[in-house]
Design a protein around this ligand. Structure first.
Ligand SMILES: NC(=O)c1ccc[n+]([C@@H]2O[C@H](COP(=O)([O-])OP(=O)(O)OC[C@H]3O[C@@H](n4cnc5c(N)ncnc54)[C@H](O)[C@@H]3O)[C@@H](O)[C@H]2O)c1
Length: 379
């Protein structure tokens, strides 16, 4: 038996993210030395059958179907919100009032107004909080942060990011309800802007600092879709695609693009950063590699290096296997839990906290405002 203090988790939402987070809580103590051990105390989903099957599969001790009951439980330390975006605010505010720590999936909420209420609630309650922008914790991305912070790139001139998918091209795909809530603007808040570009923006703010202003365009290619819950054909309110220009506060220029209509692309998240001395590029489809070009290399040997981020001195990697062996997507969530717990121990909270993640939502709001007005918008 472990003598570690426990961290009793109550997770809400048995979908995609419910699985990635449950996996992380189960594994983290095997690979990281932490002074608290997550315990899968309770799983909650309003779909009782799904919740029961999930509890079986992942080893949760108990099941709830009403998140309010879960939050009221004295034996829960941490509420993990893996719910569609429209529920983040209500659940997080209630969890904060009950004095629970909170990990909430991204985006923090449907918009910055809701997000601000969540920030105020966790800060008033003084509870540890984190928004799950997990791509920060892919070792190659963390390595990019270290290179930039150490000055290897020098002054940054350009930031370029895209996130491309192709799963909503069919006009017969309904909107709303299980799995398809992302197409229903009332639930999601926005389309690719809050769903996919939010990831690109979080990484960008982390790597390159604040964004000053944006100029955006969006398009909804399929204007009407049947709603799964009502059965009626309804107007589609989300942005199917979005591209925007941005000026960062450090003077660098950026382009961001996202769509769910790029045939052939499933989750192509890429970014490239060009600095005075060096450039870096990263691609989610090849996530353990970091491309790096350093102009200060000896002239004839200068060129792009493809660094396999699997060595013991690369971020997080000493906790895994032996040098040269790659890890993947799921591990970013393990790193997130490890950092969250280390933040509890050290008193230096892991980011992005709710307050930090609110900045991403402010940029998303500015992007949507610019797309609707056609003008540049200050963040
Ligand atoms: N970090 C990432 O890379 C990433 C990836 C995917 C999704 N997300 C975010 O995670 C969140 C969840 O997305 P998902 O893909 O896991 O969704 P999902 O549709 O797969 O799962 C959502 C679950 O919530 C349950 N649910 C819905 N309403 C409920 C209620 N009132 N009470 C209890 N349970 C309820 C559903 O039954 C479902 O099991 C979203 O905010 C999304 O933006 C983040």
């Amino acid at each position: 038996m472990s003598s570690k203090k426990t961290l009793n988790v109550g997770l809400i939402g048995c979908g995609f993210m419910g699985r990635t987070h449950s996996n992380a809580y189960r594994k983290v103590g095997n690979f990281f030395s932490l002074d608290r051990q997550p315990v899968l105390k309770a799983i909650c989903d309003f779909n009782a059958d799904k919740a029961a099957a999930f509890a079986q599969q992942w080893g949760y001790e108990s099941v709830e179907t009403d998140w309010k009951k879960l939050i009221a439980r004295k034996d829960i330390d941490l509420i993990d919100i893996c719910l569609p975006n429209n529920l983040h605010m209500e659940v997080a505010v209630a969890a904060a009032k009950a004095g629970k720590m909170i990990i909430c999936e991204k985006p923090i909420a449907r918009d910055a107004k809701e997000g601000l209420k969540m920030v105020k609630a966790v800060e008033k309650a003084g509870v540890p909080n984190l928004v799950s922008y997990n791509y920060r914790r892919i070792p190659a991305v963390t390595m990019a942060k270290q290179l930039i912070d150490s000055g290897r790139l020098g002054r940054i001139f350009h930031y370029r990011a895209k996130f491309l998918q192709d799963w909503t091209i069919s006009k017969d795909l309904p909107q709303g309800g299980d799995a398809l809530w992302r197409l229903d603007v009332k639930v999601a808040g926005s389309g690719v802007t809050g769903d996919l570009l939010a990831h690109c923006i979080d990484t960008a703010l982390w790597l390159n600092g604040g964004i000053d202003s944006v100029s955006a365009m969006t398009e909804t290619f399929i204007k009407e879709r049947k709603h799964q819950l009502t059965g009626k054909v309804q107007k589609v309110g989300i942005d199917d695609a979005c591209a925007f220009l941005a000026r960062f506060k450090n003077g660098s220029l950026a382009t961001f693009e996202s769509t769910r209509y790029a045939r052939g692309h499933k989750a192509l998240y890429t970014f490239e950063i060009n600095g005075e001395h060096a450039s870096i590029a990263w691609d989610l489809h090849d996530l353990h590699r970091l491309q790096f070009f350093d102009h200060r290399d000896e002239g004839p040997l200068r060129g792009w290096r493809s660094i396999h981020i699997t060595d013991g001195d690369h971020p997080y990697m000493k906790n895994w296997w032996v040098p040269g062996l790659a890890i993947g997507y799921e591990h970013s969530f393990v790193h997130q839990v490890a950092d969250f717990i280390q933040g509890l121990t050290s008193g230096q909270p892991a980011g992005p906290t709710f307050r930090e993640a609110l900045e991403t939502s402010k940029v998303c709001d500015a992007v949507l405002a610019s797309a609707s007005s056609g003008a540049w918008v200050k963040v």
